[in-house]
Structures are given as C-alpha cells and as structure tokens.
Design a protein around this ligand. Structure first.
Ligand SMILES: NC(=O)c1ccc[n+]([C@@H]2O[C@H](COP(=O)([O-])OP(=O)(O)OC[C@H]3O[C@@H](n4cnc5c(N)ncnc54)[C@H](O)[C@@H]3O)[C@@H](O)[C@H]2O)c1
Length: 271
C-alpha cells in the first residue's frame, strides 16, 4: 500500500457497495489513509476479501451485510458500525446498479429496471443518509460523499433509467448539502467516467445487443472504443482515481467544499 498522509487516523468510514469495483478502490483509499472501514454490501464473499486486504495493509475493517434499499438494514449498518468502532465520521454512498437482474438482455428497460435502478441508486442514498444524519448532527461533524456518474450530467436516448437515477443522485446530494450545512456536515458527489468493472461489463453487453456498431465487438472492446472515442485524456479511469478524490472530499482539507459534483472522467464532461 502506498504511503499517504493519515487524514483519517481514528476515524471511521462506511463504504456501501465496497465489496468490489469502485467501492473497493474507495475503501482501500480511505484505509490507506488510516480509516477504519465498514464494507456495507450484499455480497459477503467479495466483501470479506476486501476486509482481509485492508487488514493486511494495517488498518481495521469489518463487513456488515447491508441492503441499501431497506431503511431497517441501513439503520442496522449504523448500529453495527458504532458497536464495532464507537464512532462514525464518513459515509460513502457508492452502491449502484444498472437495472434489475438480467437488464443487459433487454433492449428496452422494463418497469422493474426503472424501479430497481432508482431503489438502489437514489433511495439507497436517501436511506443511508437518513440513517447516519442524526448521529452526525449530534456530533456536529460528518462527511458524506455520493457516487453518481457522468451519465447523470445530461439526458439522452438509451439507458435512460440509469442516467435519470444518477441525475437524481446529484440533486439529492445538493438537498442534503443544504440541509446538513448548518451542522458542519459536508455532502458532495463524485461522477466517475469510464471504469472497467462488472457494472460496465453489463452496460457493454446491453450496448452490444442494442447498438449496431457494437454488435461484433466483445464487451471489453466496446469499453475500449468508448474510451478512445470520448475521453480527452485518452485513458480509462480506475477505482483508485475515484478513491483519491473521495478521500480528499471526505477529509478536512475539503472543509469549505459542499454541494459540489466533481467529474473524475478524463475530461468527458467539462462542467
Ligand atoms: N464503472 C463505471 O464506469 C462507473 C461510472 C460511473 C459511475 N459508476 C457508479 O459507481 C458505483 C460503483 O460501480 P461499480 O462499477 O464499481 O459497480 P459494481 O457492480 O462492480 O459494484 C457495485 C457494488 O454494489 C453492491 N450493491 C448493489 N446493490 C446493493 C444494495 N442494494 N445494497 C448494498 N450493496 C449493493 C454490489 O454487491 C457490488 O459490490 C455505482 O454507483 C455506479 O453507478 C460506475
């Protein structure tokens, strides 16, 4: 693990969806800067691997089985965090989906795709934020970082379920930033660009079946084509890239930043 300034010594962070992909990158970035990290996810096996990785790097970590779509579950997540470490300083709402199971096989999203995308990508943020806010208000301190997407920056045809949910995530973050600002709590959003994870692989499968120019390509080739056609810096982004920005926003170095949405996308969207 690379040496970083220990911004989070004795601090505790929850990372939802921390079992793999971008969430794992965020969890490692926070742990590498000294945080105790709760991996809140549905997938116990993958989450335990991340917990072990963090422990072998010298930080503390704990898996809490969590379904962010259920308020009772996110309440339990907070209780388990406080029981395990006695404090809670950072919440990263990273858990996200592209649709209901099997969405990549449907040309047009069905009503379950709309519902389940919003259940995780929007209500997941609302549930987790509601579960932590009273504790953070009482201690007059807290950092919430929500993971949206550059897909949430502008509407377009195709994959509207996901894009609309990510636009809502940016807006919900701003609402919480206003609401919690008087209590010294910062709420910001990170919009990742193109990162090769199981989620992007499903999106590539969906594009393969819906977009003629991608019909003959493998999912990874579809991803690489998207990178070369759309990223000014010319390279894909990584979970570590996102983790570094989340760690900054969750630190006291970013104490004057709230209600912002920051693209980590190699310049795809310059707003
Ligand atoms: N991969 C990209 O290029 C990209 C780009 C922009 C934004 N994002 C966003 O970044 C976040 C992470 O994406 P990823 O690519 O790492 O996805 P991923 O599918 O690899 O990982 C998502 C994680 O969230 C967990 N999860 C899903 N539903 C959950 C629920 N109800 N409760 C708790 N955990 C749940 C999964 O088990 C998994 O561990 C998502 O919000 C995604 O929309 C990804």
């Amino acid at each position: 693990m690379r040496k970083h300034i220990m911004d989070f010594k004795n601090r505790t962070a929850i990372v939802t969806g921390g079992a793999r992909g971008i969430g794992r990158g965020i969890a490692l970035a926070l742990a590498g800067r000294g945080a105790n990290v709760i991996i809140a996810d549905l997938d116990e096996e993958s989450a335990q691997r991340v917990v072990n990785e963090i422990k072998s790097g010298g930080s503390r970590s704990y898996f809490c089985e969590t379904d962010v779509t259920q308020q009772w579950s996110t309440d339990q997540m907070v209780e388990a965090t406080l029981e395990e470490y006695g404090n809670l300083d950072v919440l990263v709402n990273n858990a996200g989906v592209g649709g209901a199971p099997g969405f990549a096989n449907r040309k047009i999203p069905n009503v379950e795709d709309w519902q389940q995308t919003f259940d995780v990508n929007v209500f997941g943020i609302v549930n987790c934020s509601q579960s932590v806010e009273n504790y953070m208000i009482d201690q007059s301190y807290g950092k919430i970082v929500n993971i949206s997407s550059i897909a949430g920056r502008v509407g377009r045809s195709g994959f509207a379920t996901y894009a609309a949910s990510k636009a809502a995530a940016i807006n919900v973050s701003q609402a919480w930033a206003f609401k919690l600002a008087p209590f010294g709590i910062n709420v910001n959003t990170v919009c990742p660009g193109l990162i090769w994870t199981p989620l992007w692989e499903s999106i590539a499968e969906w594009r393969k079946s819906t977009e003629e120019q991608n019909a003959e390509l493998s999912p990874r080739q579809i991803f690489q084509r998207a990178v070369s056609e759309s990223v000014p810096l010319g390279r894909e982004q990584t979970p570590e890239d996102v983790g570094n920005v989340v760690a900054f926003l969750a630190s006291d170095r970013a104490r004057s930043i709230t209600g912002q949405a920051i693209n980590v996308d190699g310049g795809v969207r310059m707003n």
